[in-house]
Write a protein that binds this ligand. Sequence first.
Ligand code: C5P
Length: 206
Amino acid sequence: MIIAIDGPAASGKGTLGKRLAAHYGLRHLDTGLLYRAVAHAVLSAGHAADDRSRAAAAAQALDPTGFDEAVLKSQAVGEASSVVSAFPEVRAALFAFQQEFAAEPPGAVLDGRDIGTVICPQADVKIFVTASPEARAHRRWLEFSARGLPVAEAEVLADIRRRDERDSGRAVAPLKAADDAHVLDTTELDVEAAVAAAIVLVEARR
Ligand code: C5P
């Protein structure tokens, strides 16, 4: 079984992906980490995120195992990841790894922006997770605060709006719901309610 979860920044798709994978005994891939790792490699080598050839080279050289999530989840890396992910060469370099991950038995849950549309158009279930920008900013701000990272909520909201625009507006694999995706709006849902709603969607397709 392949479950494809897409949605904008901080929509809760990562948490949902992890929970569904545990529930169904599937492997889980947070594909955002791949783009974040590319961005981090570019930045830490002293280059700008919009340096296209460096980003392409970093994506081709990426070892997609054993990421340090604490480093990759910073706001600066998040912002830079949406810049590098717009380059077709970067997306192409990460394509095979994601498809192979999905194809391995017993199946997998992948979350990202283009899983239902590009990476796994054949997925058994596609869920497009959304929430209002304000709800997403508040959740992300709570996460940063819990990790002791001081940042203003308004700044997190501005970053989220910027990333939404860039991820939805790009020419290659833009963020959008697949025609056959179920839209799950989590603005008013806590984690447990969102997981329960997603399980209902998966069960209907089994
Ligand atoms: O999901 P997360 O916020 O970690 O993703 C970081 C960035 O990586 C996104 O803003 C998006 O630009 C990019 N991304 C993508 N395609 C995916 C997953 C993430 O373009 N499948």
